[in-house]
Design a protein around this ligand. Sequence first.
Ligand code: MTE
Length: 328
Amino acid sequence: MLIKKRSGIEIPSSEITPEHIYASRRQFMKGATFVAAGSLLAACAPKGFNAAPQGAAPVSEDIDLTPGTVSTTTDELGDPINSYEDITTYNNYYEFSTDKDGPAKLSKNFPTSPWQVEVGGLVRNPGVYDIEDLRTKFDQEERIYRLRCVEAWSMVIPWMGFPLSKLLNEVEPTADAKFVRFETLYDPEVMPGQDSRWYDWPYVEGLRLDEAMNDLTLMATGLYGKDLLPQSGAPIRLVVPWKYGFKSIKSIVKIDLVEEMPTSLWMSAAPSEYGFYANVNPEVPHPRWSQASERRIGELGRRETLKFNGYEEQVAYLYDGMSLQANF
Ligand code: MTE
């Protein structure tokens, strides 16, 4: 069964337009303003923004199929989804390339089947899941989420997948389990970027258990109604829409429930720049650039960044009493 949701809001299936309709709609911004900064994620120096964030707008159920027009399918704030082309040709996937267009070019032959995900650690029912089992065992839902990269670009993406909580409930974390640790495949033969000694491979990310159990936290297997392409993290990735995009780890092979806070690849690469929490927050600047505004791919100008990427209502409770400045 396919369930369509925008962060909790049911939407009709008619709203999703086939990707070929969108492919020619939005001009991909060439000559992007990102500059690689040493070995780390690129800093996009904001030049001030001139666009206020769009407020909540009613969702149109009429889809304009005329090529060249802007999508009428939107997120719950009324922002149009990005084109399939934007989403699959402008990527961060350092295992393949540090260029935005590199992952699409270099991951074409990345084998994503067969694929297994090992789930273990502090759980009662550890297991090894075939990707096909994961696709059929849990209802695949469609979720339209904003993705906000720490580099200050963003997109709106119609994902397909299932809430991570469903998988975690199946393996039953024990009382000692406090965090979830995720690991990407390590195979330099097929992931040429893993030859780079700048990073501590494999890519690792983590969430607190209550963050992982939040309904927004998605294991994505597809987008635009199609299976994920390698550059998007095929065959399965995490999507945590209220956190900077680097938390949304791609091509996962291992999930462990652990007692201690995991150290992510970015925390070990630059601990003063990338923290464990990485919640989108316009009030907490990155040490090298402001996070107050962002550039939505496909738009001119900049827009204000929203606290928790616009998902404050759903997730703010997770951080009650915590300093978001100290826990960046
Ligand atoms: N996962 C792995 N394994 N390797 C990566 O380099 N990049 C992260 C995240 N997940 C990355 C990753 C970053 S920095 C971002 S912004 C998002 O993936 C980008 O996802 P997208 O390319 O699908 O837009």
